[in-house]
Design a protein around this ligand. Structure first.
Ligand code: ATP
Ligand code: ZN
Length: 223
């Protein structure tokens, strides 16, 4: 058996809002990883696990392709890619991890007289999450256009690109600074563990099972 058949590959965000929680989880599982800042790979010392350090957006496709066996990703990014991307992703994650929580909100300019979801009918909503936003609109029975922006979504109303926006909100300070206020929370997210639909070798499956056990242990001790 070649080592690539027995070493489990785990993809996590290299740097950012998911990375800290992901490294923290591994640490609490009793796992030590040695990683240099510019490295793509890190090796877990206690178990045959290779950690792939990448941008979060790449993780679902890596896991769908089997380039990585498992991964840690924000549920928001995962669901958005599941709804609009071309990778074949299972609907349900392997496990919810409870960190990197955030919410997606519709926000409108202050003083617009927002009086419920119907206000959005026929309007344009600027967002980096057109899939999740459209799913919510459909659920509400509202027709509205989504205008995709990959950053600085909060400037859209001022630039007359959209009458409303849908974006990740944490403190609301960014919205406030841009004259916007949140009016609907349409989605709540947290970090999730996802697993490749490709069958794992028996050796990898055994490593995965024992990793899951450690993660469950960490989660139980938090409750
Ligand atoms: P990368 O360089 O890996 O592409 P990024 O800039 O896309 O990073 P981050 O800002 O690190 O991503 O956010 C990653 C994930 O963290 C988000 O998709 C979301 O699930 C979660 N998250 C938690 N809190 C926040 C927040 N306040 N703002 C944005 N994302 C948050
Ligand atoms: Zn990203």
């Amino acid at each position: 058996m070649s080592s690539s058949d027995s070493i489990l590959r785990l993809a996590i965000q290299k740097k950012g809002r998911l990375a800290d929680g992901s490294f923290e989880l591994l640490k609490r599982c009793g796992l030590t990883i040695s990683h240099g800042k510019d490295k793509l790979y890190a090796r877990v010392e206690e178990m045959p696990i290779d950690v792939l350090l990448v941008r979060d957006d790449d993780i679902p496709a890596f896991v769908a392709d089997g380039a990585s066996d498992i991964g840690i990703i924000g549920q928001n990014v995962y669901d958005e890619q599941r709804l609009t991307g071309d990778a074949d992703l299972p609907e349900e994650p392997e496990m919810r991890l409870g960190f990197s929580g955030c919410r997606l909100c519709i926000a409108v300019p202050k003083g617009e007289g927002y009086d419920g979801a119907n206000w959005l009918e026929g309007k344009r909503i600027a967002t980096s999450y057109p899939g999740i936003t459209q799913a919510w609109l459909k659920d509400q029975g509202i027709n509205a256009r989504t205008v995709v922006m990959n950053g600085a979504v909060e400037i859209a109303p001022r630039m007359n690109i959209g009458e409303a926006i849908c974006d990740i909100v944490s403190t609301g300070a960014t919205l406030d600074a841009n004259g916007l206020m949140p009016v609907e929370t349409i989605y709540r997210s947290e970090a999730i563990l996802i697993k490749s639909p490709h069958r794992l070798s028996d050796a990898k499956q055994a490593v995965f099972d024992s990793l899951l056990k450690r993660i469950r242990g960490v989660q139980d001790s938090r409750e």
